[in-house]
Design a protein around this ligand. Structure first.
Ligand SMILES: NCc1[nH]cc(CCC(=O)O)c1CC(=O)O
Length: 326
């Protein structure tokens, strides 16, 4: 390959490419692979790299192997990141691609989230009905998400939930097999997989009234904090508004001290130069909730922390007992 291909590459990258490709670690699930391919394409496009110069390195995560229990019961979000962390920490890969929704708010100091792709559709999609209100009395709702269960039951206490785990295709299959009357999936996952949902009634729920999970729809890339060449390389594809908003949602979640049993919905949007963060916390059964919002400057971690404190101060004990604030 000619030297001109490497013109403008961050320092140290050309030397690496003479030895081997850039290795992008990803979970092996179809959605994770699709997101890793998008990341690889963005990197090639940004830096003029060839197909062979960026390679995917799939690993099977515990979260993908264990599908018969709620994640909260077997170790939480670390089950999505653990195997990738071993590969990144050990140098077998250069970068880890994550669904930010599945990434713990506290990460090892040795790693740095250096880029986020432009955010996809943040909304939840209802499958099996055209609206929550349209679901029949006593309908069975398939989910393993405390947030989605509480949100549904806050509107429709008559609805019962049944455990739905597994990847997007598995959950659609369970719905079609009649294991539940309805389910919710992230629009981002359906869109990135190109799911056509033929024969299924569905509706994208307005994010003004139905807040998604913190970080929903965002793909982030992690790098070893001391790897300056890779930090510069991946930093070149960062989408700043996505990074700012997702970092605000993660700062809120961190300040709340929520875990995978706590039902938290949150969404930040840029409003001109200001971050507008909205959030709702629910009791486990959805019977009680608190809502709040805040506006602050990009990168200000005090804004999300103050909103967290204010929400917890107003919340009943059925909610506060689910949190362990920082
Ligand atoms: N918890 C699983 C998970 N992690 C990320 C997505 C979808 C993509 C995204 O929200 O970024 C999903 C599936 C879902 O919630 O339907």
């Amino acid at each position: 390959m000619g030297n001109e291909t490497h013109a403008g590459l961050p320092e140290g990258i050309a030397e690496i490419l003479e030895q081997r490709p850039i290795r992008l670690g990803t979970r092996a699930s179809p959605l994770a692979m699709a997101q890793a391919r998008m990341t690889a394409a963005a990197l090639r496009e940004r830096w003029g790299l060839t197909e062979d110069q960026v390679e995917l390195s799939p690993v099977v995560a515990s979260g993908d192997r264990i599908t018969d229990r709620p994640l909260a019961d077997v170790g939480g979000k670390a089950l999505w990141t653990r195997e990738l962390d071993w590969s990144l920490g050990g140098g077998a890969i250069d970068l880890s691609v994550h669904s930010m929704k599945d990434v713990e708010t506290v990460r090892p100091d040795a790693f740095h989230i250096a880029a986020m792709l432009p955010r996809a559709d943040v909304r939840d999609v209802l499958l099996g009905a055209t609206s929550i209100e349209a679901l029949p009395q006593g309908a069975r709702f398939g989910t393993s998400s405390p947030r989605r269960a509480a949100q549904i039951r806050s509107i429709r206490p008559d609805i019962t939930t049944v455990l739905f785990r597994g990847n997007v295709a598995t959950r659609i299959g369970k719905l079609q097999a009649g294991e539940a009357d309805a389910t919710l999936l992230a629009a981002a996952g359906l869109d990135r997989l190109g799911e056509t949902l033929d024969g299924l009634v569905s509706a994208r729920l307005d994010s003004d009234t139905w807040l998604p999970a913190p970080s929903q729809g965002a793909v982030g890339v992690e790098v070893r904090a001391d790897d300056a060449p890779m930090r510069a390389l991946i930093g070149g594809i960062d989408n700043a508004p996505t990074s700012i908003c997702v970092r605000a949602e993660r700062a809120l979640l961190f300040a709340l001290g929520g875990d995978c049993h706590s039902a938290v919905a949150a969404l930040a949007r840029m409003d001109g130069e200001t971050v507008h963060l909205r959030a709702m916390l629910y009791s486990e059964d959805g019977a009680e909730h608190v809502a709040g919002e805040a506006r602050f400057a990009p990168g200000d971690a005090q804004g999300p922390a103050s909103l967290a404190a204010e929400l917890l101060a107003r919340a009943p004990e059925t909610i506060t007992r689910l949190f362990n604030p920082a």
